[in-house]
Design a protein around this ligand. Structure first.
Ligand code: XIL
Length: 299
């Protein structure tokens, strides 16, 4: 195969990119997306601040544009993200106690309900743990308490029974205290029948990141009984070092049958949120980088 999407499809996987709808009018951007990727995730436009800027008033314009683009180009859609401590609208930050819990549940119902049937996998909850494995002390954790994560998963399941429901985080790329905590949460959810189907391993990495337990970590989640997806891959650096790190990550996913797809957090270095780290597979002129060749070989 000579594109990422075709190579990934040979093993039944997807190869995706985070996309901003306002860039789809740039011809190189759209052409690269359509040629190389068969999955889309919204880089920002499906987040809480974008979809419910005022309480109870939902705006789906950007997300709807992405879903339409995906459907017109044979791509699946990842949903990102229903509940997160960041990029919350101002009105959410002022809520306390049961008012925040009800607002969270209403938000999930509104957004996951709107997109029901169109989403392959939802990042239901994003970034809820600290490096040491404790819960992040977000407003959600402090105002609702430990049960907020399972409440969110149950609400997402009710709103879109067809979507796979993922917990998504960074820093869970290897075996470490943070991924141990996520592992225990997934184990507990499965034991108690809380609906969870997948773990999203963001993988914001650098060329010198320690990937020694990357594959083992994916495998242990798969062995628990959930899918794993590499959801926000970008690797700072350049040349051979960057290519080798991309190869290692790609080979790890390929070695784990329940690793169902890979998404890079953007298409081109030109628009990466990490700017000068040049972490993506296409340079600022949409030329294929060395890392691109390594990924294509590994898929
Ligand atoms: C980032 C976007 O790329 C930026 O455009 C935005 O300003 C901030 O959020 N983890 C996540 C993503 O789950 O939603 C973040 O995306 C990057 C880190």
């Amino acid at each position: 195969a000579d594109t990422l999407r075709a190579a990934a499809a040979e093993s039944g996987r997807y190869y995706g990119a985070a996309v901003a709808p306002h860039l789809l009018g740039e011809s190189d951007y759209a052409a690269t997306l359509n040629r190389e990727f068969n999955s889309i995730v919204a880089e920002n436009v499906m987040k809480w601040d974008a979809t419910e800027p005022n309480q109870g008033q939902f705006t789906f314009q950007g997300g709807d544009q992405l879903v339409a683009h995906a459907q017109n180009n044979g791509m699946s859609v990842r949903g990102h993200t229903l509940v997160w401590h960041a990029q919350q609208p101002g009105w959410v930050q002022g809520l306390t106690g049961d008012n925040l819990r009800r607002a969270m549940l209403n938000h999930i119902d509104g957004v996951a309900g709107h997109y029901a049937g169109d989403i392959d996998s939802w990042d239901v909850v994003n970034e809820a743990f600290e490096w040491d494995g404790s819960r992040r002390q977000s407003n959600l954790q402090q105002q609702i308490g430990n049960g907020w994560i399972e409440d969110a998963f149950r609400a997402a399941d009710a709103a879109d029974p067809a979507a796979k429901l993922c917990y998504n985080d960074y820093g869970i790329d290897g075996v470490n205290p943070k991924s141990d905590a996520v592992y225990r949460m997934v184990q507990d959810f499965l034991a108690r029948g809380v609906p969870i189907d997948c773990v999203g391993v963001q993988s914001h990495l650098d060329s010198n990141s320690d990937l020694g337990t990357y594959r083992q970590n994916l495998q242990r989640f798969a062995d628990l009984g959930v899918d794993v997806q590499i959801t926000e891959l970008d690797i700072g650096g350049s040349g051979a070092a960057q290519a080798n790190a991309y190869r290692t990550v790609t080979e790890a996913c390929m070695a784990v049958s329940r690793c169902t797809g890979i998404t890079t957090w953007g298409i081109t270095d030109k628009y990466s949120w990490r700017g000068q780290d040049t972490p993506l597979l296409f340079d600022s002129n949409y030329q294929k980088k060395q890392a691109y060749g390594a990924v294509l070989e590994a898929l």
